[in-house]
Design a protein around this ligand. Structure first.
Ligand code: PHE
Length: 482
């Protein structure tokens, strides 16, 4: 007998779960350092434009695909088109889920590891960043440490997904997301009340326009995709557990708002503390595992703050990891008629195994290179630079051009009639952004991230030219389509 497909218990449950997917390592680990490196407020401004003009329209499209078809990414394209090309696009999403999860659990594992390190009192040894970073290097070169925490985090992810959409993902998100928010607010209050915090705020909020180049626009857009979990069907899968009466645009706005808010708050919490403790802000990815431990070591009551911070990071990563595993599980449940429990156990274990070489890329396999990169870097590159932007591109093309826009609008209207009646312009804008702006911009990011843009004569200034061309094209096409 085929099991009845589960649905979210409430709209709030969906929003918290989807925001949980969006809010992850991308917000707390990555956003603060890329904003710091790329001109602070100037970068944030560009990032917000990318989120509003491209991220949000594509998010609405993804959720809509899921809700209409009530299927995983492969099933969704099968149902609406059936053409092998589009089914392949869906399969790419499932594949991306596997791949991202396999290395995501490795980094998330470090976060659990650092909770334990904080408890053990290791942070008190960190009088300067070089000690903290060699300590970090020692930890990740220890095979049992890194694989052990990768295993632990993978098991936690499997447990939540095993319990199901309602009892696992929804219930888990309803508990974890408010705790995450509370922890972050505490850390922000701690940060801004430290003497010298104003230097951190000035660093984050004073725009340095000289650092903005075509390159930073591309980083902003690429990050917009990763942080809202777009391009691989995670939001499609979560959307497939929605009922037809829910207002998709309003849900999407809330998800994007929460995701952005948390990224900005994380930036404030981190930079106020870093500056107040006299540390160097521009330390790239090492910001969290090398700089922050020193900051905590210097702070009064630092162990507690370290614990809260790494707990926050672990929760954020867990609510994202479950959405990655859910995409894979939904595929096997819908398309192969597997039982959820069997799919979770088997594919949770398979992704764990694929992740082991990622963990070993930091130690015994650090010299084993495929295509010039370690296993971990390959997995990250393939997913973040190829599969996600590629998926995003095809999703916007499919919804914008292939599905049939009348059908798209009929589906979108379900649950959001008031928006259609009162703000028809908003719907028009969505159509234009989705049909023209998103595909062009994503294509630029995609070509850039696979290196084609640079090699083909284009230095960073060219990206500006392309963006202007894209905007002109959008303008002309929208005039024609009137
Ligand atoms: N959005 C998550 C983050 O910011 C990562 C993610 C990407 C999760 C794609 C699911 C799908 O960390």
């Amino acid at each position: 007998m085929i099991e009845q497909r589960e649905h979210w218990g409430s709209k709030a449950g969906f929003i918290l779960a989807a925001a949980g997917s969006a809010i992850g390592l991308g917000n707390i680990w990555k956003f603060p350092y890329i904003a710091g490196e790329n001109g602070g407020a100037a970068f944030i401004f560009i990032y917000l434009i990318c989120i509003a003009l491209i991220g949000l329209p594509v998010l609405i499209a993804e959720i809509l695909l899921g809700r209409t078809t009530q299927r995983n990414p492969v099933g969704a394209f099968k149902k609406l088109s059936g053409k092998p090309f589009w089914v392949t696009v869906g399969s790419m999403g499932v594949l991306a889920g596997f791949i991202i999860l396999s290395f995501y659990t490795v980094i998330a594992g470090w976060s659990i590891g650092y909770i334990i390190e904080a408890l053990k009192g290791s942070f008190s040894l960190f009088s300067d960043p070089s000690i903290a970073s060699s300590y970090f290097d020692e930890r990740v070169s220890d095979v049992s440490w890194i694989v052990g925490y990768h295993t632990l985090f993978s098991i936690l992810t499997m447990l939540v997904v095993y319990a199901g959409v309602n009892k696992g993902i929804e219930k888990g998100s309803k508990i974890m997301m408010p705790v995450l928010f509370f922890l972050l607010v505490l850390l922000v209050i701690r940060g801004v009340t430290l003497p010298g915090a104003d230097k951190g705020l000035a660093f984050l909020w004073s725009p340095d326009w000289s650092k903005i180049s075509g390159q930073s626009v591309l980083i902003a857009l690429g990050h917009a995709f990763f942080t809202i979990s777009l391009g691989m069907g995670a939001m499609m899968t979560y959307g497939s557990y929605l009922s037809q009466k829910d207002h998709i645009p309003s849900a999407a706005i809330q998800i994007v708002f929460l995701d952005t808010l948390i990224a900005l708050l994380a930036g404030v919490a981190i930079f106020t503390a870093v500056f107040a403790m006299g540390q160097d802000p521009a330390s790239g990815p090492g910001l969290i595992f090398a700089t922050l431990p020193v900051v905590f070591a210097k702070m009064p009551g630092g162990v507690i703050w370290a614990l809260l911070f790494f707990l926050l990071l672990t929760l954020a990563a867990l609510t994202s990891a479950i959405s990655l595993l859910e995409v894979v599980v939904a595929y096997f449940v819908d398309e192969r008629k597997w039982k959820r429990h069997k799919a979770v156990l088997i594919f949770g274990f398979v992704t764990f195994l694929i992740g082991v070489p990622s963990a070993l890329s930091f130690n015994i396999m650090s010299d084993v290179h495929f295509f010039g990169k370690t296993w971990f870097d390959n997995a990250d590159y393939l997913a973040s630079n190829i599969l996600l932007p590629g998926g995003g591109l095809f999703i916007s093309i499919f919804v914008g051009w292939i599905w049939g826009f009348d059908k798209v609008l009929t589906e979108l209207k379900k649950g959001s009639e008031s928006l259609f009646d009162n703000y028809p312009l908003v719907i028009k804008a969505w159509k234009i952004f989705l049909k023209y702006l998103s595909p062009v911009m994503i294509l630029i990011v995609f070509l850039h991230s696979v290196g084609l843009l640079e090699s083909a004569m284009l230095q960073f200034r060219t990206s500006w030219v392309m963006i202007s061309l894209a905007l002109t094209a959008v303008y002309l096409l929208s005039k024609r389509s009137k």
